[in-house]
Design a binder for this molecule. Structure first.
Ligand code: GDP
Ligand code: MG
Length: 441
């Protein structure tokens, strides 16, 4: 996919006469690529029409940065599609909120419920899980197991067959227990059936959720729009979570889900484990969709930020897939040198919202400095190892003692490292441009 887009853009910049035909050819290539990423046909067609309106042929003909003009236009257009214009409901601490999960069987609801609960628990909420899936045998056991592992209170029944009743009982119980995030897991079916939607409607009416979350498997392809729309027609869907983004699917269905529900994507699932869960970030997602690998924009920026003489070395290391703690340390140094940050690393997942939320630059800097202090207590072996497993308990305790910070903080820092390493591992095998030839990317 990335290849075909780069090829299309390459053709574009090689053409000496820019006319409408060249623009069309280029857009057709991109269209094909987006369809392969499961972006809905109608959305792609609309985007194509919009791009033609936006991209000024005279600008292209004038010769400056043709590749960038078209790429940027496509990129912006896709970002716009993913922004429905109103933020999703966010639960408030200390005030009971009910969040109902809906989606087809196998989409990842039960797994994602726990991830969502665990995520908020770490942020200081008091979550609880209610299993209103009476359709699938073993549903309650699955939820119970997950909840127990995360030490989250749960409610369900092996004998009661009425999902509405369980949902209502569970919500009432946890409201009494002063939980502020009551999560209702529901059943799914293999197919979209009237009975499923009727059940969802009833559970929703009985529990009056503050938020209905639609969970969608990233690999469902072109079916995304109809599926999302069907749920939206029976319950007031207010946000979307896309699961299994660790697989092969690029998740173009997310655009359909947003278009069909008029609600934003708020999280993505990136694995089966409880902490494989990320805040959804539009720009890196679109880059991935276009096969740009978060890379082209980053390359433009890195030139402004990383001292020129350090670039080839850094890129070389990253392309080898060795994201060590030392590289993280060096990146932190660069970030701090830059003063106000944000834009550069917001091009990359991992470096963006979690570590440096918008509007909290000061807090982010403090955090980065704290991380660096802890890393100053690490040995060279630890800093240069690309195997996170060497960081065992005794090493962690030694570092905590060395820098005078609680063990929890050291573990936070290592978690941050693991998350970044995972993101950067995708850069492995990247072709490195020769020195002085950065603009070729
Ligand atoms: P439900 O039927 O909607 O409740 O779906 P489940 O939560 O039971 O998930 C179905 C399967 O998908 C399980 O095997 C999960 O482990 C798996 N799963 C869920 N989310 C993810 C994810 O983000 N990545 C991967 N790789 N697997 C996932
Ligand atoms: Mg389930």
């Amino acid at each position: 996919l990335g290849g075909s887009i780069s090829r299309a853009l390459q053709q574009m910049s090689n053409a000496t006469i820019i006319d409408e035909k060249v623009l069309n050819d280029c857009l057709n290539e991109i269209t094909r690529a987006l369809l392969q990423s499961d972006v809905q046909f109608k959305l792609v067609r609309d985007m194509q029409t919009n791009i033609k309106k936006i991209v000024n042929l005279d600008d292209l003909a004038a010769g400056h940065n043709k590749r960038k003009i078209i790429q940027q236009a496509v990129f912006n257009e896709l970002c716009t599609i993913l922004d429905p214009g109103k933020p999703a409901f966010t639960p408030k601490k200390g005030k009971p909120s009910v969040v109902m999960f809906v989606g087809l069987q196998g989409s990842g609801k039960t797994t994602t419920c726990t991830k969502y609960a665990y995520y908020h628990q770490k942020k200081g909420y008091k979550p609880a899980l209610v299993c209103a899936d009476t359709f699938r045998a073993g549903a309650f056991d699955q939820l119970k197991q997950n909840a127990t592992k995360a030490k989250i209170p749960f409610y369900g029944s092996y004998t009661e067959s009425d999902p509405v009743r369980i949902a209502v009982e569970g919500v009432e119980r946890f409201k009494k227990e002063n939980c502020d995030l009551i999560i209702v897991d529901t059943s799914g079916r293999h197919k979209q059936e009237a009975a499923l939607f009727e059940e969802m409607r009833q559970v929703s009416e009985a529990t009056k959720p503050d938020l209905v979350l639609f969970v969608m498997d990233s690999s469902i392809g072109q079916a995304a729009f109809d599926q999302a729309q069907a749920f939206k027609q029976s319950v007031p869907v207010g946000a979307v979570i896309i699961t299994k983004m660790d697989g092969h699917a690029k998740g173009g269905g997310a655009l359909s889900a947003v278009a069909a529900t008029k609600s934003p994507v708020i999280f993505i699932g990136t694995g089966e484990h409880m902490d494989e869960f990320e805040i959804f970030d539009v720009k890196p997602f679109v880059s991935r969709l276009l096969g740009m690998g978060d890379w082209s924009g980053f390359m433009d920026k890195i030139q402004e930020v990383v001292p020129m003489d350090q670039q080839p070395e850094l890129l070389q290391k990253l392309s080898e897939g060795n994201f060590t703690l030392r590289i993280m340390y060096e990146q932190f140094q660069n970030i701090l040198k830059m003063g106000p940050i944000g834009q550069v690393f917001s091009m990359l997942p991992g470096f963006s919202q979690e570590l440096m939320p918008k509007g909290q630059e000061k807090e982010s800097q403090t955090k980065i400095k704290r991380y660096m202090t802890m890393m100053d207590s690490m040995t060279n072996e630890e800093l240069d190892s690309s195997n996170p497993k060497i960081m065992n308990e005794s090493r962690i305790m030694r570092i905590a003692r060395g820098c005078g910070r609680p063990i929890r903080d050291v573990m936070d820092m290592l978690e941050e490292y693991k998350r970044l390493a995972k993101v950067w591992s995708k850069m492995k095998g990247l072709k490195i441009p020769k020195k002085g030839d950065m603009s070729a990317l």
